[in-house]
Design a protein around this ligand. Sequence first.
Ligand code: NAD
Ligand code: ZN
Ligand code: ZN
Length: 349
Amino acid sequence: MTAVPKTQKAVVFYKNGGPLKYETIPVPVPKANEILIHVLYSGVCHTDLHAWRGDWALPTKLPLVGGHEGAGIVVAKGSEVKNFEIGDYAGIKWLYSCCMGCEYCVQGAEPNCPDGEYSGYSHDGSFQQYATADATQAAHISKDAKMDNVAPILCAGVTTYKALKTAELRPGQWVAISGAGGGLGSMAVQYAVAMGLRVLAIDGGAAKGDLVRKLGAEAYVDFTKSKDVVKEVQKITHGGAHGVINVSVSEQAINQSMEYVRILGKIVLVGMPAHAKITTDVFSHVFKCDQIRGSCVGNREDTAEALDFFDRGLISSPVKVVGLSELEEVFKLMQEGQVVGRYVLDTSR
Ligand code: NAD
Ligand code: ZN
Ligand code: ZN
């Protein structure tokens, strides 16, 4: 085994929306509860873009190393760590740590812990070559996993798998996935197919249409071409989608889902456009008896289950691999809605 270096490459920003600096910084030293992961690949999630821009009411740590889809190898560990050995494959996910003792943690709702800390947000994340992770929350990755491919499972996979569980749909029912051609959406399509659901994918442009069809979507609605997304969804699904997974970064798209959801349907909110609000007709919700539910990443069990689908070959990440130094360019494409699937950063370049 090679020794852990003292310094490393990372992408750091010092103020929200400020320059993304590819620079040399110290390798962090793991605390008693932490493992040190040599991050080989990190996915780029739209949450990383929100964090950099400072889109949400929740402030980020500054300076910050973003990233929360990191896949790598354990190279050091703190004195209290019993569940990881040096050489194990481990993953950095959004939830860095939670208290494990509050009423929400006790129920297994770990991402809802009021004392949660977040990788790449309140704790330096995976846009660096060596990152620390709380050993309780770090994901265990199989030694057979292809590391660039498994990285997006750690947020996009877990989140959409959990969102689909939250929708409580039955095999054969229609699920509309809004934002289906992006990072989360391309995972949602595959988990939904694996669960026996019929997928109606919504996104913009031919490239995203090709991708979602390849991943198993039965129908595609192109919001840039459709004259009326609501009517089109209702027509294809003969009365509206039984469930909706909202992973777009569009307030308008989220509001449309309130209308095209079927009677008794479930609308799951996942994407978080800055300052977005839902405005919807109370009368219609009462008569339809539909349900709006929020879904935030997943707990350790969801993580293990989402990884198990991946290990069994049911999910493949549509990734484009570029260097860590190219993060700024990836953010630019993401902001323009040009990312088809997921970009993954190779931390060695
Ligand atoms: P992404 O940029 O890869 O994908 C978003 C997709 O939405 C794009 O393909 C875009 O073309 C599409 N889109 C834009 N306008 C649309 C419209 N009107 N109708 C349909 N589709 C439209 O982003 P991502 O990484 O998949 O993340 C999506 C969102 O989910 C972000 O807001 C992110 O912060 C959030 N997120 C939430 C959780 C959670 O736990 N709730 C976890 C991870 C990410
Ligand atoms: Zn994410
Ligand atoms: Zn807690």
